[in-house]
Design a protein around this ligand. Structure first.
Ligand SMILES: [Zn+2]
Ligand SMILES: [Zn+2]
Ligand SMILES: [Zn+2]
Length: 157
């Protein structure tokens, strides 16, 4: 669903406009970080992002990248996700989705947040709680690992 906020977040330039209109400055480090975020479709850890930013802007300090990540998250430009046991990863808010994570082999499936509509509705109704399905991965077993488990459980012939 496209809305006004999505327009503001559709490009590096439009996010820099948003930063300026909320009192921030459009610095080289912010621009480099945004370019990296827009270029990579994948989930990236803060460390990976900092490495990529340094390739574009070698004199940017690691602490600046961390601070910029915090700012972008407060502005609603990016979100962080917990996908398994590793460090958090970051994504542009316009590209977020929910995840199913196999706890045996680590395979990660992307799921539209709409898949969790019933869960979101019942948590709100029964607990007055708003679930954010993008924040955590739902863990379980993928088809392959279940097949292996079921074959292993079968008595030998
Ligand atoms: Zn979190
Ligand atoms: Zn698996
Ligand atoms: Zn994902």
């Amino acid at each position: 669903v496209k809305n006004a906020h999505d327009e503001e977040l559709s490009s590096v330039e439009s996010v820099l406009d948003l930063i300026r209109s909320s009192g921030g400055r459009s610095t080289g480090s912010r621009r480099a970080l945004l370019e990296v975020l827009f270029d990579s479709g994948e989930h990236r850890t803060a460390e990976e992002l900092a490495r990529a930013v340094k390739l574009r802007a070698p004199d940017v300090h690691l602490s600046t990248v961390y601070r910029n990540l915090e700012e972008l998250e407060q502005l609603g430009v990016i979100v962080h996700n917990h996908l398994g046991h590793g460090p958090v990863t970051y994504q542009l808010v316009t590209r977020t989705h929910a995840h199913l994570l196999c706890e045996n082999c680590g395979v990660r499936l992307e799921a539209p947040p709409s898949m969790f509509r019933a869960l979101v509705a019942s948590a709100r109704k029964n607990f007055d709680f708003e679930v954010d399905p993008r924040h955590f991965a739902i863990s379980g077993l993928c088809a392959n690992c279940r097949r292996e488990r079921d074959e292993g459980a079968r008595p030998a012939e």
